[in-house]
Ligand binder design. Sequence first.
Ligand SMILES: Cc1cc2nc3c(=O)[nH]c(=O)nc-3n(C[C@H](O)[C@H](O)[C@H](O)COP(=O)(O)O)c2cc1C
Ligand code: SF4
Length: 411
Amino acid sequence: MEEKIITENWNKINPLKIDDYFSVGGYKALEKVILGKKFKEHIDEIKVSGLCGRGGAGFPTGEKIEMVFKIKDEKKFFICNLDESEPGTYKDRSIVDHNPHLLLEGIIILSLIIGAKKAFIYINGNYKKQIEILEIAIDKAKKDNFLGEKILKSKFNLEIEIFEGAGAYICGEETALINSIEGNRGEPKMRPPYPTKSGLFGKPTLINNAETIANIPWIISNGGKKYYEIGSKYSPGTKLFSIGGAISKPGVYEAPTGITLKEAIELAGGIKRGKDFWFAQVGGSSGRILTKRDLNARLDFYKNAEFPLGSGAILVVDKSTDIHDLLLSWMGFFRRESCGKCVPCREGTFRLWEIAKRLQDGEISERDEMAIQDILWTLQNTTFCPLGKFAATAFQGAVENFKDEIYKKCK
Ligand SMILES: Cc1cc2nc3c(=O)[nH]c(=O)nc-3n(C[C@H](O)[C@H](O)[C@H](O)COP(=O)(O)O)c2cc1C
Ligand code: SF4
């Protein structure tokens, strides 16, 4: 079940040695792109693969690349989204920890294909270890002429800049991320126009998640069809799962899309000895709650999937956990991370956090019970960006599934 594309060489090569990456075929896909077929044919190959964005929204990657490729403009940008501030998610950082050149190779290929001479890696500034690894890798790639002027003696030039964000969850959202690089307040912008048309400094910009990018060298080397044959037919390929909580071996695991929740838990060694599965939260703090009856649910990116995968984080919760602690922790996070641009989210997350506190203290009123439903509806339907919806997801799931536990202190 553990199909390996991104993690194939983890713990086999030294991430700080570019020669180790060469020894497993590293930078061969880039050579193929520069010396071989026309870029359009590579885009078609990525479209055939069915790869869709691993940042959470699942947008078809090939189509997005094509949109930027087709625009005629002297200046275009590529951005690797490595903000990864979703609690419980650490798969993008793990790529850097284990194989930074795989990510760089993907970034270079996509930048050249769309015609960008400048690429950014946008990373949460608290991730010092990964920033250091990336700096070393970029330096080595430059020395070996995979970056900089006239890459591999071709006509292509590319510079990669690491941009350290201040560590705000909303800056992972692509338009807020662009604002942040431009030196503006990190809050989302109205779309359309989409970044593909008018992105960084108003120029066509391709933004991809780090995991999405790390699939690209494999697809170029092995072909789109081979990739399409892996995993679910709705969103083919593999997915990195960050699995934590009441399980035996917390960590990052790669598996085909469409595996069941039960299979994902087994990948991480199963439920911890002496613990009893209660529920799992899939997709980080903004994820849905899956209970025992959902253990055979398939985890997919398909837009109508019953349980969207989101960032791929799975938190396994056992019966010894106090649901009130979780509610308070979720709402504390969203209250802090709401950027404040729109009232429903700014106020709604704060009010839900206050209610979560009263629930924990057993001081809930009848008015609070009604208010919960109103606030959840408001967050789900009226906020400017998806963060508002995210803030409501887990709370809603908890109220629906564990009403007795939630209100038990109030009786
Ligand atoms: C509140 C919020 C936070 C997000 N955080 C991230 C993030 O940390 N990393 C990421 O790649 N995408 C994040 N996204 C999704 C991005 O906006 C965007 O869809 C993604 O980077 C596109 O890349 P992909 O097509 O490869 O998935 C976030 C979206 C929202 C609404
Ligand atoms: S929903 Fe929240 S994070 Fe998004 S714009 Fe409104 S206040 Fe900001």
